[in-house]
Write a protein that binds this ligand. Sequence first.
Ligand SMILES: Cc1cc2nc3c(=O)[nH]c(=O)nc-3n(C[C@H](O)[C@H](O)[C@H](O)COP(=O)(O)OP(=O)(O)OC[C@H]3O[C@@H](n4cnc5c(N)ncnc54)[C@H](O)[C@@H]3O)c2cc1C
Length: 390
Amino acid sequence: MALELNTQQQAAQAGFRRFMDEHVAPFADEFDRREETPAALVAELARCGQLGGLVPPQYGGAGMDAITWGLLCEEVGRASGSLLSLFTVHGMVAQAVQKWGTAQQREQWLPRLASGASIGAFGLTEPGAGSDASHGSSTAVQDGDDWVLNGEKCWISFAQIATLFLIVAQVEGKLTAFLVERDTPGLQIEPLSGMSGFRSAMLGRILLKDCRIPAANLVGRVGFGFSHVAGTALDHGRYSIAWGCVGLSQAALDASLAYAGQRKTFGVPLVEHQLIQGMLADMITEVRAARLLCLHASALKEARDPALIMETSIAKYFASRTANLVAGHAVQIHGAQGCTDRSPVQRYLRDAKIMDIIEGSNQIQQILISRHGYRGFVAQQNARNKTAQG
Ligand SMILES: Cc1cc2nc3c(=O)[nH]c(=O)nc-3n(C[C@H](O)[C@H](O)[C@H](O)COP(=O)(O)OP(=O)(O)OC[C@H]3O[C@@H](n4cnc5c(N)ncnc54)[C@H](O)[C@@H]3O)c2cc1C
């Protein structure tokens, strides 16, 4: 398996890094304080083809390969966790439409998502159903040529600016996905503020009150909403988040190396104290391991290998834990300086905690990974026993 970047991927990575260093990283703390991502930045990301990175060129997207998309998410995550979540949820909607949408839906929505004319948001979580999203109580009822949606979705990233919502609702007890445009009567968005992390991700609550949409806005089939449509979206979401966690961790590590080199205690720079060296060594090793797991998932994604799904869960689980460990050490190394809003390391730590919770919390990843491991072990034992008997 090739884990080296080719020359195009290296060039793309350098371009993403330049863009983020110029347009995002220096302002990310300010966006965080204002709890806002400027519309002009979103427009610029769309204009230069990053937001629609995975959409195929036939629909006006950049048609990035899996590794290039991962590298983009790493660079976005290095600059801002909140902005990473825009790439994540917008991409989730685009991926779901691309895989499960009708030809008409693909023609109608993919060019708009690629150009940023539509901003996508993903509406699965409800006040009464997060990790167990299949128990959501939002409903959709067919009425002539329309579907009528009722219910509530919460913690929806970029709901404040999104114009196209992928909503999962029960149709006679079967979870089903629908595309709902922002200006649909009966759809109301309430902004959420005061989050600890992802503060500029412009979260919102979605209220659906007799929200009537055309029959043509159903995605996939009745009953496919969670297992297939949201499943595709969440696989993509975990992939983007895993890479973004590598970026966040790298940013926290870089800040720590710089600070440890210049801050002196007891007459020597911090970097010369063995206990600080221990933290830096763990940070360097963890970041490297997380990046390798992401590259492994990327290679599987590129090869369309079904093992991708589990390897992405493992990458997301490991990379989000890495982000928490590395950002925690970064604050520790910075001492009081790391606890002020003048240092980005406290933002990294607040954002890292969110990474543990979104796209399937880490407890849910643990359940999936351990079940998969156990099933593989039993299958191997059975195969060995069969060989021994035969
Ligand atoms: C900043 C942010 C952005 C978000 N953006 C979106 C979005 O765009 N779209 C969207 O649909 N949702 C979004 N969410 C919601 C997110 O997906 C949910 O928060 C997540 O699925 C967990 O659900 P919950 O918060 O209801 O926690 P719960 O499901 O109530 O779980 C609470 C705790 O219990 C643990 N737990 C749950 N079940 C088990 C179990 N079986 N065994 C062991 N432990 C368990 C969980 O891991 C968690 O730690 C966002 C959340 C945040 C914080």
